[in-house]
Write a protein that binds this ligand. Structure first.
Ligand code: ZN
Length: 345
């Protein structure tokens, strides 16, 4: 097969689309011939490396993918060659208390395709059969590769962690990112009364409105807190989705209404934040961390995608040989929604 292989961390010149040995499915595993691969910011972290976090190099990155099963290992009962599938990115032991409780994302052995084992930036990938979900004919391979990680993340943040209720007001930072485009749609689906979003360009603002944002704040030129105060009649918002971290958390806490919840799934601008605890206790705020979500939630999100209630936003589709250009665009934030790679080109 052909695969993007990261042999050492570094810049864009570390990405090679090369010939490697075909993976063979073991017991309970299936091999999927990928038709589309979705990129995430996680791919950039895997390429650059993260201090103190060892990755098992050499590693094929890529968390999201969709394709056709082309081989099955011994004992596989639920999938057969020829099945259209999309992949759940989370990997867990399947046997511990967390897994048995349907909270496999809390498994102490939890991993992610393309982070802890070879992923989807390849023509083929081997996964446990439970990670290969039947992809309805109504969902394209590109959409099947674009939705799992970001919609799972957004769904778990809003439906489970923040428990967003119908009518509530939500603020979503950096609306152009994959997880933010998903969060705007999920908030709408859950019945949010009002969705506020921040972006940096008029083009992204227009697209955020198309997705369902009622108000868009230009974080590059406007005072986000002052705008939120104006837009909410000084009340603040009930929920903030913050994956930016250092640059935004202090503002996010100020923007929250009494009883508000900040939910975080990342810190792209840095993890070290300064916060005022008086805001937290005076306003009875909750600060909620969230990583991925359960396998059951991937099924739940897929059902919404299949029914057209959630529609992954695809910025563009590139040949996998242009993976370095795709990483460059992700890092430069020249993307609205998802970049999808197609192998064999
Ligand atoms: Zn487990």
């Amino acid at each position: 097969m052909r695969a993007v292989v990261i042999r050492e961390h570094g810049g864009l010149d570390r990405l090679f689309f090369e010939d490697v040995a075909d993976p063979v499915p073991g017991p309970g595993q299936v091999r999927v011939a990928l038709r589309a691969t979705g990129l995430n910011h996680l791919d950039v972290w895997v390429r650059r490396g993260v201090p103190g976090h060892p990755y098992p190099l050499p590693l094929v990155p890529g968390c999201d993918g969709a394709g056709v099963v082309d081989a099955v290992g011994p004992g596989v009962a639920s999938r057969k060659a020829g099945d259209r599938v999309c992949l759940a990115p989370g990997l867990s032991c399947g046997a511990c208390r967390a897994c048995a409780s349907g909270k496999d994302h809390l498994c102490r052995w939890y991993g992610i395709l393309g982070e802890t084992r070879d992923g989807t930036c390849a023509t083929h990938v081997v996964v446990p059969e439970r990670n290969a979900l039947a992809l309805p004919a109504s969902v394209s391979f590109e959409a099947g590769a674009a939705f799992p990680l970001v919609y799972l993340t957004a769904w778990h943040m809003l439906a489970e962690r923040a428990a967003l209720r119908p009518g509530e007001t939500i603020l979503v930072h950096a609306a152009g990112s994959g997880v933010s485009t998903a969060s705007i749609q999920v908030a709408r689906l859950l019945g949010a009364g009002r969705v506020l979003a921040t972006t940096s360009t008029p083009e992204k603002a227009a697209r955020a409105r198309e997705l369902g944002a009622d108000e868009v704040i230009d974080y590059a030129n406007d005072d986000v807190f002052a705008r939120v105060r104006d837009l909410t009649g000084k009340a603040g918002v009930d929920v903030v989705v913050d994956h930016v971290g250092a640059a935004t958390v202090a503002t996010s806490l100020r923007c929250l209404a009494k009883g508000g919840r900040l939910v975080s799934c990342g810190a792209t601008s840095g993890p070290e934040v300064r916060m005022f605890m008086n805001l937290v206790f005076f306003k009875s705020l909750s600060i909620l961390g969230s990583t991925m979500g359960s396998l059951g939630e991937v099924h739940e999100v897929l059902a919404h995608v299949a029914a057209g209630r959630l529609s992954p936003v695809i910025d563009s589709v590139l040949p996998m040989s242009q993976v370095a250009e795709a990483h460059r665009r992700l890092e430069a934030r020249e993307v609205f929604g998802k970049l999808v790679l197609v192998p064999g080109a």
